[in-house]
Ligand binder design. Structure first.
Ligand code: THU
Length: 136
């Protein structure tokens, strides 16, 4: 399990990324931060589109940034939004987390509530490296 200082740093970066969201349709700004196993943090925000289905969530933007920077191993991801309860990732993002075996999921809101969950509890049916389906 990741330590408190790293959780705080990840939530802070996720909050910064949240400010950059492009969310004119839902009005819901979301930020994320993924921790690569070499210690590098990558922030991401949700990017919406006039064709709503093309929207990409903050978590996937953060993961894809890290992947495009050649990272393949990860320890954790954080997501934050201005919600009553800590923000829970959608099924599509959980599936992408499973692909890259990101098991520790930190869910937060801007009020300072933080919950940490195992991806396998959030999305027990997700398949990918986290499940032994794909070892590559
Ligand atoms: N959203 C995220 O970016 N991550 C989540 O975990 C929940 C949902 C975005 C998608 C859309 O732009 C907006 O929040 C409203 O659903």
């Amino acid at each position: 399990m990741i330590n408190e200082d790293i959780i705080d740093a990840m939530v802070r970066m996720a909050k910064d990324a949240m400010q950059k969201a492009h969310a004119p349709y839902s009005g819901r700004k979301v930020g994320a931060c993924v921790l690569a196993s070499d210690g590098t943090l990558y922030g991401g925000c949700n990017v919406e589109n006039a064709s709503y289905g093309l929207t990409c969530c903050a978590e996937r933007v953060a993961i894809f940034k890290a992947i495009a920077d050649s990272k393949r191993e990860f320890d954790a991801i954080a997501v934050v939004a201005d919600t009553d309860e800590p923000c829970v990732p959608c099924g599509a993002c959980c599936q992408v987390m499973a692909e890259f075996k990101i098991r520790d999921v930190i869910m937060a809101n801007t009020k300072g509530d933080i919950e940490v969950a195992d991806l396998m509890d959030l999305a027990p049916c997700a398949t990918g490296k986290a499940r032994n389906f794909q070892e590559a």
